[in-house]
Write a protein that binds this ligand. Structure first.
Ligand code: GRF
Length: 212
C-alpha cells in the first residue's frame, strides 16, 4: 500500500488552543500571531477547567473563550464530540494543545489527524506521561528537553515536528529543570505553528520533513 503523505496547508489559518492551566505556551503562540510571525488567528481558547489561568489571560487579550464542564457529559466520548462540534463550527484548521491535561479520545484524534499539535516537556519517546522532569532527573539522563508533535491516539506518540534539548544539571530540581525546558518550549511551539501555516510540514508515516 502506498504511504500516505500529508502536507500542511499554506494559508492564513484558524487556530483553537486548548489549555488546562497557566497557559504560557498559549501566550507565546498568541504573541507570535500578534507580531505577524504566524499567519493565523486564534479563533478561540478552550478549557476543561473554569479556573484555568490561561482562560483568564485569553479573555484579557480579547479572545473568545469557552469552558465546558466535563462532569456534565456522560463520558469522555460525548465530551470530545461536543468540543469537536465547536471546532467545526468555527472552521478551525489547527488545534494546539497547550498544557491541556485531558487525554483526547481516539475518535477525536482520528477525526483531526495532522490537525492537532501538542507540546511535551521531554525528548519523546523518552518520558511520555506525567511528572516527566522529575523522572528525567531520577533516571540520570544528561539531557532532556521538549517535543512538539502531532497528536495520535497513542498518548505522546504522534509524529515529531520539532525538539530542543537542554542539559540536566547535577543540582537540578524538578522546578529548575522545568524552567530551563520551558524557555525552549516557548521557542519551538510558535515555530512549529509558523511552519505549519507556511505549508512546510510534510508527514510520511512517523516522519515529518520540514520543506524549504
Ligand atoms: C508545559 O510544560 C507543556 O510542555 C506541558 O504542560 C505545560 C504547560 O505549561 N504539556 P503552560 O500552561 O503552557 O504554561
Amino acid at each position: 500500500m502506498a504511504e500516505e503523505v500529508f502536507v500542511s496547508p499554506r494559508k492564513r489559518g484558524r487556530i483553537a488552543v486548548l489549555v488546562s492551566g497557566r497557559g504560557s505556551n498559549f501566550l507565546k503562540i498568541h504573541d507570535a500571531v500578534r507580531e505577524g510571525r504566524i499567519d493565523a488567528e486564534i479563533a478561540f481558547v478552550f478549557s476543561n477547567r473554569e479556573d484555568a489561568a490561561g482562560l483568564a489571560a485569553a479573555r484579557e487579550r480579547g479572545l473568545e473563550t469557552m469552558f465546558l464542564n466535563p462532569r456534565l457529559y456522560a463520558d469522555k466520548e460525548e465530551y470530545d464530540r461536543e468540543i469537536l462540534r465547536e471546532i467545526r463550527k468555527r472552521g478551525i484548521d489547527l488545534v494546539c494543545l497547550a498544557g491541556y491535561m485531558k487525554v483526547l479520545t481516539p475518535a477525536f484524534c482520528r477525526e483531526l489527524s495532522h490537525r492537532v499539535m501538542n507540546i511535551h516537556p521531554a525528548l519523546l519517546p523518552a518520558f511520555p506521561g506525567l511528572h516527566v522532569q522529575q523522572r528525567a532527573i531520577d533516571w540520570g539522563v544528561r539531557y532532556s528537553g521538549c517535543t512538539v508533535h502531532f497528536v495520535a491516539p497513542e498518548v505522546d506518540m504522534g509524529p515529531i515536528i520539532l525538539q530542543a534539548a537542554v542539559p540536566v544539571l547535577p543540582d537540578d530540581t524538578e522546578e529548575t529543570l522545568a524552567a530551563r525546558i520551558l524557555i525552549e518550549e516557548h521557542k519551538i511551539y510558535p515555530e512549529a505553528v509558523r511552519l505549519y501555516f507556511e505549508g512546510r510540514l510534510e508527514v510520511r508515516g512517523r516522519r515529518v520533513r520540514i520543506l524549504n
